[in-house]
Design a protein around this ligand. Sequence first.
Ligand SMILES: *Cc1c(COP(=O)(O)O)cnc(C)c1O
Length: 369
Amino acid sequence: MTDQFRVRQEVLDFKPYVAGRSIEEIKAELGLATVVKLASNENPLGASPVVRKAIEAAAATVFRYPRAGNPELNTAIARSLGVASERVIAGNGSDEIIDLLVRGVCTPGRDHVLAFRPCFSVYGLQARVAGVEFRQVPLNDDFSFPFTALAEAANEDTGIVFVTNPDNPSGHTVQAGELAELARALPERTLLVVDEAYIHFAEDMAAVSPLGMLDELPNICLLRTFSKAYGLAGLRLGYGVLPAELTQYLLRIQIPFSVNILAVQAGLAALSDEAFLAQTLRTVKEGRAWLREELSRLGCAPLPSQANFLMFTPPVEAAAVVQGVLERGVIIRPLTSYGLANHIRVSVGTMEENRAFIDALEQTLEVVS
Ligand SMILES: *Cc1c(COP(=O)(O)O)cnc(C)c1O
């Protein structure tokens, strides 16, 4: 493609991450005054007022570099989880921790990364750009996890196995004990990374997260983020809970100051604001149940979900539904980039946003059917 510049083959071949479309983009394209975005699983309540105050208070300090390794934030995260702070590594979104894990653990040309198909695209993207092979095991037809097949696909060269729980885009969720069993079934030196981006939205968080079993499972890592339940997607803050030795290695190779000074203060404030988190979870759980009923009423088939979104198949062509709903001012997520041409994902919004979506969907289905 380019003769002028030297560009790595992995970069020439790279197909980048496909993001949900933005409100501004759609307003301009369709000439709409108001647009509702239910495409990226963001917090329907926005950012907590406590967090906004903390960011304003920290604004005057942005000329300083953050404190190296953000120890105050790591300590607060560790305390909130009841784990040793040596296990915690914060990053510029949990996406950064995914990238650090792949680059820190896998040797290009020898090791590979393993995940389900479909899965969150960042696992494969960061593996490929690092020159690490990405292998996938298909999910069951009902989007449940074939853990036996996954364990059988792993061998001594499997550096990392990624599992998303609750899963994106399906919302499927497994119990902590099943993850523990998988971790034990993998080769000793293979890491099981459980991406818990949506764990707060589960019906029983303690039953589905292996957080309480970390000491018995030496090869397990957890990823969490402030982007969803804490409403800080645009600020970029996530973290990993890893074996302490691995955390120390990844800290060595992390870009200096990748967690910025506002993110540190916002993260501390977010952890302190339990009322906002509780209100978020109430809003999402109520909205999820309501949306699920409404989708069924309209002849769509939503899957059971323990996340802040629902995946469904409409009774007519999915692309036409996404477009029809968009023209009525609601952005939802087509799943063609996940290889799911007949499925759609919708984030749970405020009750008003949920109603706007259902109205737009109902009108669309009347026209399209
Ligand atoms: C949203 C999401 C993340 C979070 O990414 P951040 O970089 O923390 O914003 C991670 N994993 C999955 C599966 C997600 O859907």
